[in-house]
Design a protein around this ligand. Structure first.
Ligand SMILES: CC/C=C\C/C=C\C/C=C\C=C\CC(=O)SCCNC(=O)CCNC(=O)[C@H](O)C(C)(C)COP(=O)(O)OP(=O)(O)OC[C@H]1O[C@@H](n2cnc3c(N)ncnc32)[C@H](O)[C@@H]1OP(=O)(O)O
Length: 280
């Protein structure tokens, strides 16, 4: 009781310590009382994942791990979007080297989060399509605001999500639900995501989502951290091993796919439609 009251107090603006951070598109704030770090994605308007955001994310995860925080909560500074996934603008009309860098940094950011030994939770305070869902499902727990969308919509874009990108999704959904959602490129509403197990709880505000994430991380207070992390990593080891085997080839596959003229044309049309929609 005392513990959960403390978490609530702290989530509402109790004593906090800003850590020194050299990154710009992510920030890290560690709560002095709980030792839990909140890692915020801060690339308005939609936290689309460009190379800089992905590199900053890795650096922030490293910072949190080396500062021995008790856990990590991932969230967004944007008001209605957790993350819109990869920055399509950065993938459009560019060269192979840039594409190689984009995909390598996406892989690096995913493995840093998925393979983290810390307890991790996502406070999903907005839409989380594609790469946004990837980051949320790399965490161990998800709390989402109502009436937002989450899912891996790659097939809707005419692209195939590689196995590693599906790993987190497959960890939390029954195979049958995951297969259907992935083949349909389905985006779940928050309420559907809760019913299927893609998210664990719904919160009405970002503060409440942070509080619930902190309570999840707090549930490990009495568990030996080494035993906890080794147990977590045992569950994830197979996916990590498979990923390590194919990661280089996966980069080359992505570069080959994304540089195809018809895929580039598709990106151009998709971007135009996004822009038309946002002007309405
Ligand atoms: C089409 C891709 C085709 C081929 C790619 C080939 C290989 C890639 C292989 C795999 C990659 C998989 C991982 C990915 O993450 S791909 C990215 C998929 N992301 C999406 O489909 C999400 C698109 N965005 C949205 O649906 C919405 O923006 C939203 C629901 C996230 C938020 O809606 P809002 O109404 O709040 O905001 P908008 O008005 O739509 O957007 C504001 C602003 O931001 C621009 N924008 C949105 N998303 C992206 C993005 N992912 N990349 C770049 N820019 C984005 C949008 O155009 C608006 O810009 P303007 O203000 O008009 O300038």
């Amino acid at each position: 009781m005392l513990h959960s009251n403390l978490l609530r107090l702290v989530a509402r603006g109790g004593p906090k310590r800003w850590m020194s951070t050299t990154t710009k598109l992510t920030s890290v704030e560690v709560n002095d009382k709980t030792g839990i770090a909140t890692l915020t994605l801060n690339r308005p308007p939609v936290n689309s994942q460009n190379v800089q955001l992905l590199v900053d994310l890795q650096s922030s995860i490293g910072e949190i791990e080396s500062n021995k925080s008790r856990g990590l909560i991932l969230t967004s500074a944007c008001s209605n979007v957790f993350s819109a996934g990869l920055d399509i603008l950065e993938m459009y009309n560019t060269d192979e080297e840039r594409l190689r860098t984009i995909w390598t940094e996406l892989q690096n950011a995913w493995i840093a989060l998925y393979g983290s030994s810390l307890p991790t939770a996502a406070a999903i305070n907005g839409h989380a399509p594609a790469g946004g869902c990837l980051l949320a499902t790399a965490c161990e727990y998800r709390v989402m605001l109502p009436k937002r969308l989450i899912g891996l919509n790659e097939t809707q874009l005419g692209i195939i999500a590689p196995k590693w990108l599906m790993s987190g999704f497959l960890n939390v959904l029954p195979q049958r639900v995951a297969e259907r959602a992935l083949t349909q490129g389905r985006l779940f509403t928050t309420e559907e995501a809760l019913a299927e197990g893609l998210v664990d709880e719904i919160a009405n505000t970002k503060e409440e989502a942070l509080e619930k994430c902190a309570a999840f991380i707090g549930s490990f207070t009495k568990v030996n951290p080494l035993a906890r992390s080794l147990t977590k990593l045992q569950f994830r080891a197979e996916n990590i091993k498979e990923f390590e085997k194919i990661r280089k080839k996966d980069v080359e596959d992505f570069v080959a796919l994304a540089s195809r003229p018809e895929v580039q044309k598709g990106m151009g049309i998709y971007l135009e439609n996004l822009k038309k929609k946002s002007k309405k």
